[in-house]
Every structure is written in structure tokens, then in C-alpha cells.
Write a protein that binds this ligand. Structure first.
Ligand SMILES: C[S@@+](CC[C@H](N)C(=O)[O-])C[C@H]1O[C@@H](n2cnc3c(N)ncnc32)[C@H](O)[C@@H]1O
Length: 482
């Protein structure tokens, strides 16, 4: 069996991490019979598919679906799955209840080995996202072209997401299931208007021309919308016959007119980006309204600017943070110092500082991620917290001695990993409770095994939560007690 061979009639057994399908090869060749097949391009458990062999690894083969022979009994049709590989909702063909079962199963499987170290581990049932469709409060669309021989399509004014794995091809669609109907409506209005202007979309390959991105942020609880249109201002330098002020004026007038149609649009920006970097936020110009929009979570207010980091699922974030609060042994928390590692936007930690803890220290590597914290903390009258802009692994050993006062440790490391130097010091801190929030069950398993093997901590309970319906992402919260 060699690269590009087609493997026929394979039953997709299950989905494993990162949404890949798992199956086993049936072959008369004993050497490869039973070999694990990892499957990309929209596998649904229970489907029978033909696969293309992409790569032979030592213990498994990487494959890709070329044809579905028999649809899975659980699969549902969805209009946005035009070519079976659209956007950031690869699981939309799977009913939500099934998505939850798959995610719960993945967490339990990843953490299975912990039972060898501690028999009495409590897995609480997975919690769903309160909003299943249209849950995103932020979405970024790209302008671009789509040329495909395979589908015989040549379109030169598209707005949507990058075609999977191809940075220069943009698929064209009208409706995104991850944002609500109103966001979709505004998106379509902006798209249709910009199409009528006769200005071209930016070409990422040639790095020239005009329209680049539409960014929409809409807060769930406060119902305020921010619109941002990004374009290449240098287009007019090369096309001197066009009147730059007139064209930009038309766009500005239209976007401001939209505020009459949609009164909840309270902030509009232009982003002037002449650079190669395919980023939405560059040289910002506020053309209407306020510089920020407001969101409220668990009784706190947050002002969100175009550059602010903020959880993209507001109702999901509220639920996740409430679960963390529930996990915390709060009876003494009023006197507690909470040490939060990998703090990001400070959202959860502000909630702790406001409602529960005596003091919160939050450690975060990227200063800009927490840039808004000071204003937001002030806005909410929070003074009992500090931000430490350091690497966790460097911070811990230096500050362990001085700050040996933390009572509750909250860790929420990045998906890829936690630096190996961090864990020993986390254990050494010796807080009565550690709450570990993780978006990667396999690194969580590895870290928990280390903690159980090297300390007196015991796992009190584990619970998964789905923040991102229709994707393979999954959050897990673990309480460890000393
Ligand atoms: C999963 S996010 C944290 C999410 C956040 N706690 C929340 O409630 O939304 C992980 C964070 O760790 C930060 N980070 C990554 N490596 C780090 C390191 N070595 N030291 C400190 N922070 C780091 C990232 O910048 C990111 O903000």
C-alpha cells in the first residue's frame, strides 16, 4: 500500500482529538491489518467512506475522505456545508446531543489512565453551551477570490472565510451559523454594498487591490455592535484616476446610514492596512460612535475595543466562569489570595476579585492581552488585583518565596502545553486547592498524572463544558485538593 492509494469501504468508528476520525484497516496483508486510520475532511462516526492514503506513520496511516459511500445514521444535512468542509463548524452535520456525547467520551478517554493512580475520580456530566447556534460575539470575514478547477468556479468578489488550508482562496457564502441572524444581516448588507462600488477585493497572492476584511463584534448581554472594515489605502496611489476621498466617503456614508437601520451599531471603524500581513486590525480610524462596546458577565461590565481579547461565546463564558466559581471552596475565599496563572483578559479573575477573593494576582505573558484590564477593573471598582506580565515558568520560582500566600491557584494554560518547569513549582506552592481549566484533554491528562505522581493532591472532581458548539474544541475543569 502506498501514498495516494484509495482505501475502500471504511467504517468511521469515532472522532478523536482535533476532530479527526478513527477507523481500522481491514487487509489480507497481516502486516497492516488492523492498522489505525486517522481521517480528515469531515468524518462522521458511523459513516462508511473511501479514503485516500496521505502518509504512512509508524503506528497509523493519515488519510482523507474522498467519497462517502453510506451516510452515518446520526448525520444531519446542513445548508452551509456546501462542499462538506466549510468554515469553523466542522461538526454541524452532527446533532448537538451527539456532539456532547463525543466530547464527553473524548475527555473520559484521555483521562482514563488517571484511575490507575486514583480509583475514586468523579466525572460530572458534561455541560452544554447555553447558546448552540449563533453563539459567537465576534466574527471576521475576508474578502478574496475563489478559483477552483475542481468545482469549475471562478469568482472574483467573494467575502467569507479562507478555504480550508488555502490562504488565498475565499469561499463565498451568505450565512454563518456561528453568529446570530442580525450579525448575518449586517454582514450581507456590508458585503452587497461594497460589491456595488466597483472596487476590487485584495489579492493575497499579488498583495494588491482594495477590500480586505469585515469584522463584526456584537455583545450578547448589552446588544451593542462594532463594525470594522479593513482595506488597502495604497490602492488609490496606483489608481490615480479614482478619487480616494469620494470612494471612502461613500463607504463611510453607507456604514453610518446602517446605524439608522440597526440602532444597536454603536461603533464603526476603518482599518487602513497596506501591509502584506493578512490581519484585520492595523491603522484604526473611528468613523462613528464610541471607541468600545459594552458587555456584561456575572454582574461585571467590560468595555471591548477592536483589539480587545474577549471570550467569543459570552453565554458560554458566563457558564464556564460560574462553574469555576462553583468548583472553588468559597467558604474561606473572602480571606483568600487567588493566584491565577495564564490570565489572558482577566475576565474570570476580575469576577473572583469582585465577588470572592481578598486579593488576586494574575500572571500573563502577553501584555496586550490584558491591556484593557486596568480600565475594566477601575470601571468595576476593583482594586484588589495585580497583573504580572511574566512567563509563568519564570515567575513561579522567583516569587514563590515572597508570595507564599496564595490560597487558591487557578491554571488555564494555552492549548499547546505548559512549560515543564512550571508544574513542579505549581505543586510547591502548596495551595489547598488547585482549579485547572484546560482546552486540551491530552495535555491535561499528562499534567494531572504528574501532579498525582509527585504530590499530595487528589482529584476532587472533573467536568467538561462545551464552549464551542459545532467545533471539536472542549473545555475541562478539574478541582484538585491537597
Ligand atoms: C487558555 S488562555 C487563558 C484563558 C483565560 N484564563 C480566560 O479565562 O479566558 C492561555 C493564556 O496563556 C498565555 N500564556 C502562554 N504561555 C504563557 C507563559 N509561558 N506564561 C504566562 N502566560 C502564558 C497566553 O497568552 C494566553 O493568554
Amino acid at each position: 500500500m502506498k501514498k495516494w492509494d484509495i482505501i475502500e469501504n471504511i467504517l468511521v468508528e469515532k472522532l478523536v482529538f482535533w476532530g479527526k476520525g478513527f477507523a481500522r484497516l481491514k487487509s489480507e496483508n497481516e502486516d497492516i491489518d488492523g492498522r489505525v486510520l486517522m481521517i480528515t475532511w469531515g468524518p462522521v462516526p458511523g459513516a462508511v467512506v473511501n479514503l485516500r492514503l496521505l502518509k504512512k506513520r509508524k503506528t497509523y496511516f493519515e488519510t482523507q475522505i474522498v467519497e462517502t459511500i453510506k451516510k452515518s445514521p446520526i448525520e444531519i444535512d446542513h445548508p452551509t456545508n456546501k462542499y462538506g468542509m466549510s468554515g469553523g463548524w466542522k461538526w454541524i452535520n452532527i446533532p448537538y446531543e451527539e456532539q456532547l456525547k463525543i466530547k464527553e467520551g473524548q475527555v473520559q478517554e484521555a483521562l482514563h489512565n488517571l484511575k490507575k493512580r486514583q480509583e475514586d475520580i468523579t466525572f460530572l456530566p458534561i455541560e452544554a453551551s447555553p447558546t448552540i447556534d449563533g453563539y459567537r460575539n465576534k466574527v471576521e470575514f475576508s474578502y478574496g477570490k475563489y478559483l477552483s478547477n475542481k468545482y469549475d468556479i471562478e469568482q472574483h468578489f467573494n467575502v467569507w472565510f479562507h478555504k480550508q488550508g488555502e490562504f488565498s482562496k475565499i469561499e463565498d457564502m451568505e450565512w454563518c451559523p456561528l453568529i446570530d441572524e442580525i450579525q448575518n444581516e449586517v454582514y450581507r448588507d456590508v458585503k452587497e454594498f461594497t460589491k456595488t462600488l466597483g472596487l476590487p477585493v485584495y489579492d493575497q497572492m499579488r498583495q494588491e487591490w482594495f477590500f480586505r476584511h469585515i469584522l463584526i463584534r456584537k455583545t450578547h448581554f448589552c446588544n451593542e455592535m462594532m463594525l470594522l472594515l479593513s482595506f488597502n489605502p495604497e490602492y488609490f496611489e496606483k489608481n490615480t484616476k479614482l478619487n480616494k476621498n469620494e470612494k471612502l466617503g461613500l463607504i463611510k456614508d453607507f456604514l453610518i446610514w446602517l446605524t439608522e437601520k440597526y440602532s444597536f451599531i454603536t461603533s464603526i471603524y476603518f482599518s487602513h492596512n497596506p501591509n502584506k500581513a493578512d490581519v484585520c486590525i492595523w491603522d484604526l480610524e473611528l468613523i462613528y460612535g464610541e471607541t468600545t462596546i459594552k458587555e456584561e458577565l456575572l454582574g461585571l461590565s467590560f468595555n471591548i475595543s477592536p483589539t480587545s481579547f474577549f471570550q467569543t461565546n459570552s453565554t458560554g463564558a458566563e457558564k464556564l466562569y460560574s462553574m469555576v466559581l462553583d468548583f472553588a471552596h468559597k467558604e474561606n475565599l473572602k480571606d483568600f489570595t487567588v493566584l491565577d496563572l495564564y490570565g489572558w483578559t482577566w475576565t474570570i479573575w476580575m469576577i473572583f476579585a469582585k465577588h470572592w477573593a481578598k486579593y488576586v494576582h494574575s500572571v500573563e505573558l502577553v501584555a496586550s492581552a490584558s491591556k484593557d484590564w486596568e480600565k475594566n477593573a477601575q470601571f468595576n471598582g476593583i482594586t484588589n488585583m495585580t497583573f504580572v506580565n511574566k512567563k509563568v515558568e519564570n515567575f513561579l520560582w522567583k516569587y514563590l518565596a515572597d508570595w507564599n500566600t496564595a490560597d487558591l491557584l487557578i491554571i488555564d494554560p494555552p492549548r499547546a502545553w505548559m512549560h515543564p518547569d512550571a508544574l513542579p513549582n505549581i505543586i510547591n506552592f502548596g495551595t489547598k486547592q488547585i482549579i485547572y481549566v484546560s482546552c486540551n484533554p491530552s495535555t491535561l491528562a499528562r499534567d494531572l498524572e504528574y501532579i498525582l505522581d509527585n504530590s499530595d493532591y487528589k482529584i476532587e472532581k472533573i467536568q467538561a463544558m462545551d464552549m464551542f458548539p459545532h467545533t471539536n474544541h472542549i473545555e475541562t475543569i478539574v478541582s484538585l485538593i491537597k
